[in-house]
Write a protein that binds this ligand. Structure first.
Ligand code: PLP
Length: 400
C-alpha cells in the first residue's frame, strides 16, 4: 500500500477545510449558506491586466521564461518596490513564483535544515506552520494577545529566539486578525532582530494595500535598512489586484537567498505562467486607482461587521487596521447552551452551531492558534454581510 513521506505525517487536514466541506454539502442540499471564509477579494481582476494576458497569448508569449520571472516582470517588481516601499532591489535580488505561497515555500526549502526553527506570530495563517514542517523545520509559536492588538511583543520575541532560530515570519496586515504594525510598533521588534544577527526576517506584505483609516503601510527592510541584507520581503498580486487565480507572487532579498530559491523552483515548477506574468506586469505598472476604490469598499465593510459584532451580547471584536478579516472573541458565549441543551464549549462548537443551524460559515480561532475567537472574512458584498450578521445575532440570542 501507499506509505506517505515522514515530512507529511505531521500535517493533517485543517479544520478550515472540514468546515468548507460541510458548507459545500449543506449548499448542495439546498441550504442558503453564506460562507465568510474566503481568502480572496470578491472583486474582479482589472481589465488592463486581463487585456495584457490576452495580448501576451496572441503575441506568442506562451513559452518558458526566465526561471524566476521574466526580465520585464522583474523590472516591474523592482519599480513597485522602489515606488511604494522605498526599497531598491537589483534583478538578481528579485524572484517571482506561482503566488506568494510558492515564494515562501521556496525560501523555507532553500534555507531550513532539520531542527531549524521559524518563529511565527500566533494567530497566523495556518499554512505557515505546515510549510515550515514540509521543509523539515520546526515552527515556534509566539502568542500575540488581543490586549497587545494581536501584535507580537518584542520581549516575547526575544525570549523565543534560540541558536537554532533561522527566521521570524511577520505578516502585516495579518491574516487572520487584520492587525497591522505602524512604524513605531514595528521598531522594537526590529531592535530585537538587530541584537540577534543569525535571525532572518520574512515580511509577508501580501495585504499591503488593505490598510484603513489612512494608516500608512510600512515594511521592515525600508524602516530598518541595516536588516535588508537578511530580510525577504514577500508580496504578490493576489490580494491587491484580485488576481488569486493567476498565481503570481514575488519577493526581494539578498541575492544568495534568491539564487538558492531559484534552485528549488527550477526542480519543481520552473517559471510562473508566462501569460500570468504579463497580467502581473500590467497590474503592477498600470493605473493604481482600483486600489483606492477597493480599499474604501473594504473599510466600509469592516465597519459594518465590527459594529454589528460588537452589538451582540457575548461577542466582542477589535477594529482591525487592515486585510479583510475580523477576529472576534466569543469568550462570552462559552458555557452557554444551545436549544436542545448542548453546551457551547469551544469556538469550534460555536462555529459548528452557526453553520449547521444558522447557515453561516466562519472559521474558529483554534485553527489559527488563539481561542476562543472566530475569523470572519468580509471579502463579500455588503448585502451578504448584513444578512450573515443578522443570522449570527439571531443564533447568539438562542443561546442561554
Ligand atoms: N500570505 C498570506 C498571509 C495569505 O493569507 C495568503 C493567501 O491566503 C498568501 C500569503 C498567499 O497568497 P498567494 O495567492 O500570492 O499565494
Amino acid at each position: 500500500g501507499f506509505r506517505s513521506a515522514q515530512r507529511i505525517s505531521a500535517i493533517g487536514v485543517s479544520e478550515i477545510l472540514k468546515i468548507g466541506a460541510v458548507a459545500q454539502r449543506l449548499k448542495r442540499a439546498g441550504r442558503p449558506v453564506i460562507v465568510l471564509g474566503a481568502g480572496e477579494p470578491d472583486f474582479d481582476t482589472p481589465d488592463h491586466a486581463k487585456d495584457a494576458a490576452i495580448g501576451a497569448i496572441r503575441a506568442g508569449q506562451t513559452k518558458y521564461t526566465i526561471l524566476d520571472g521574466s526580465v520585464e516582470l522583474k523590472a516591474a517588481i523592482a519599480e513597485k518596490f522602489r515606488r511604494e516601499n522605498d526599497l531598491v532591489y537589483a534583478a538578481d535580488e528579485i524572484t517571482a513564483g506561482a503566488g506568494a505561497k510558492q515564494v515562501i515555500h521556496n525560501a523555507f526549502m532553500a534555507s531550513l535544515s532539520p531542527g531549524d526553527e521559524v518563529i511565527l506570530a500566533a494567530p497566523y495563517w495556518t499554512s505557515y506552520a505546515d510549510m515550515v514542517r514540509i521543509a523539515d523545520g520546526t515552527p515556534v509559536d509566539v502568542l500575540c494577545r488581543e490586549d497587545n492588538g494581536f501584535r507580537l511583543d518584542a520581549a516575547d520575541l526575544e525570549r523565543a529566539i534560540t541558536p537554532k532560530t533561522r527566521w521570524l515570519l511577520l505578516n502585516s496586515p495579518s491574516n487572520p486578525t487584520g492587525a497591522a504594525y505602524s512604524a513605531a510598533q514595528l521598531r522594537p521588534i526590529l531592535d530585537v532582530l538587530k541584537r540577534h544577527p543569525h535571525v532572518w526576517l520574512m515580511a509577508d506584505d501580501i495585504y499591503e494595500h488593505l490598510t484603513y483609516d489612512g494608516m500608512p503601510f510600512v515594511t521592515a527592510a525600508a524602516l530598518e535598512p541595516s536588516l535588508k541584507s537578511r530580510t525577504l520581503t514577500v508580496n504578490g498580486v493576489s490580494k491587491a489586484y484580485a488576481m488569486t487565480g493567476w498565481r503570481v507572487g514575488y519577493g526581494g532579498g539578498p541575492r544568495e537567498l534568491i539564487a538558492a530559491m531559484a534552485v528549488v523552483q527550477s526542480q519543481s515548477t520552473t517559471n510562473p505562467s508566462s501569460v500570468s506574468q504579463a497580467a502581473a506586469i500590467a497590474a503592477l505598472s498600470g493605473p493604481q486607482d482600483v486600489l483606492v476604490e477597493r480599499r474604501a469598499a473594504f473599510q466600509r465593510r469592516r465597519d459594518i461587521v465590527v459594529d454589528a459584532l460588537n452589538a451582540i451580547d457575548g461577542v466582542s471584536c477589535r477594529r482591525p487596521e487592515g486585510a479583510f478579516y475580523t477576529y472576534a472573541s466569543c469568550a462570552g458565549l462559552i458555557g452557554r447552551r444551545m436549544p436542545g441543551g448542548d453546551v457551547i464549549d469551544s469556538d469550534a462548537a460555536f462555529c459548528r452551531f452557526l453553520l449547521e443551524r444558522h447557515d453561516v460559515a466562519v472559521v474558529p480561532g483554534s485553527c489559527f492558534g488563539l481561542a476562543p475567537y472566530f475569523r470572519l472574512s468580509y471579502a463579500t458584498s455588503e448585502q451578504n454581510l448584513r444578512e450573515a450578521l443578522k443570522r449570527i445575532a439571531k443564533a447568539c440570542r438562542e443561546l442561554s
